[in-house]
Design a protein around this ligand. Structure first.
Ligand code: ZN
Ligand code: ZN
Length: 259
């Protein structure tokens, strides 16, 4: 079964294409289960996400497409939610979503994955950035509010690599993920960035596998042509580690299916 749980929409203001075009492309690519998981509305970083007023529109369009294309593809509703405690609105957690993807895109108020703010790297100690990133990710898992951990080593996006060994931090984060009964996402977006590889690294995936943490697949598509991008590579990486199943969520119930 081909499952793709991480896809955006033009509502986030940095993606293109209509939601229906995404669905048609997903059908064409042979995807069986397709999840929309656009960036959550939030009273911060508003230029890169839908507004609270647009949320009903988003959910209604998912429901319409789910019904229209039933029999051809299963469509799921989700959000990629920034775990940014002062700005995370509890009302998002009341929405009847199929699943919640938790993501760390900020260290404090610095959007470290946004090319607009890339100059900030020059002012910081890269090892501290990585430690802070995993600390925030562990806090996300410990919050117990999420089903999927997005792009677990996003900090590598522009290829600023740590120079110290981070295995203990990674291990501790993965244990929190395991305890929260979350899965780790295998995300293709890194192939389109400077880093040129999937999130997370093979090393992290091996550690996740050893802890029996399941995986999910996500294109992280921000354009129609990015749907299913590098899917075969992602699958072969997962298989080389030992994974044969990936997660699907319906009303926050997880099912593991063969891929
Ligand atoms: Zn985005
Ligand atoms: Zn993300």
């Amino acid at each position: 079964m081909r499952v793709d749980l991480h896809n955006h929409t033009s509502l986030c203001k940095h993606a293109t294409g209509t939601m229906e075009e995404y669905v048609l492309k997903a059908i064409q690519e042979g995807i069986d289960v397709f999840g929309f998981s656009c960036h959550n509305p939030m009273n911060f970083d508003k230029d890169y996400r839908m507004s609270f007023e647009e949320l009903p529109l988003y959910l209604n369009e998912i429901a319409r497409l789910k019904e229209k294309y039933a029999g051809q593809i299963e469509i799921l509703s989700a959000l990629e939610i920034d775990y940014l405690p002062p700005f995370m609105e509890e009302k998002l957690l009341e929405l009847p979503l199929d699943y919640r993807i938790g993501a760390v895109h900020f260290l404090g108020d610095w959007g470290f994955d946004n090319p607009e703010f890339i100059r900030e790297y020059a002012k910081r100690d890269i090892n501290d950035c990585w430690s802070e990133y995993f600390k925030a990710t562990e806090a996300l898992a410990n919050s117990g509010k999420f089903d999927i951990l997005a792009h677990m080593d996003l900090m590598k996006i522009f290829n600023y690599r740590p120079t110290k060994d981070l295995r203990l931090e990674i291990e501790s984060t993965l244990k929190a993920v395991k305890k929260a009964n979350m899965c780790v996402e295998l995300n293709a977006a890194g192939f389109r960035k400077e880093v040129g590889e999937q999130y997370p690294s093979v090393e992290i995936l091996q550690m996740a596998y050893a802890l029996e943490i399941p995986i999910s697949f996500g294109s992280d598509a921000h354009a129609v042509e990015q749907i299913n991008f590098k899917r075969l590579e992602l699958e072969s990486i997962a298989k080389s580690i030992g994974y044969t199943k990936c997660a699907v969520y319906r009303q926050r119930e997880r099912e593991l299916v063969e891929f």
